[in-house]
Design a protein around this ligand. Sequence first.
Ligand code: MN
Length: 246
Amino acid sequence: MRILLTNDDGIHARGLEALTEAVKDLGEVEVIAPEQEQSAASHSLSLHRPLRVRQHGPGRRSVDGTPADCVYLALHHLLRDARPDLVLSGINHGPNLATDVFYSGTVAAAREAALAGLPAVAFSLVAFKAFDFSHAAAFARRVVQAHQARPLPPGMLLSVNVPQGAPAGATLTSLGRHSYGSDVSEKDDPRGRPYFWIGGTSYGYEKLPGTDVVAVHDERKIAVTPLALDLSHAQGVAALQGWLPG
Ligand code: MN
């Protein structure tokens, strides 16, 4: 089996190293990851500049682009004659819970593979410092083994969030609801021009049963969320019947 590994924290990230170590003897592993950190890059593609690929030893390459660039280039060019059977992204240095999946480069890399019809799994460690990847890496290994025993369907996209410390098992979840607040800090630079830092720092979540945030934060379980690739909204179509101007 061929496995493509990527991430959004960059080729030198410890989470990617932990993931590589965990699965490298389970198949033919290729690592193609961004040269620089690309967290919150979401699903952007670099269509307006060239991309460079750098070799970092056998089966290990970086791309000076986004996570989605890496997977696109891997599937449609670099590995086109030896397409992977499974794509893994991560292990992200931080959570990708609830609406994080819209911003996440880790999830986007996996989604790019799923859009190309491959099963893909994004792994994220729910921690903000003192990252211990051991439990997440061990679970990633078991996920690959589970796929080998019973293959994930083509195009299946999973987002896995692993709590810090020993987890109390794993569970299938849906996306929850959370917020980091919506902080904007404004200051003046030394030349008197204002600058802005965006990004919230006050975290809260809703206690909705069966959701990823509750599984991870309250139950200390590994949350495995299958993600749909179709964002269209059937209820929206129903709610807007007769609304459209002619
Ligand atoms: Mn990241």
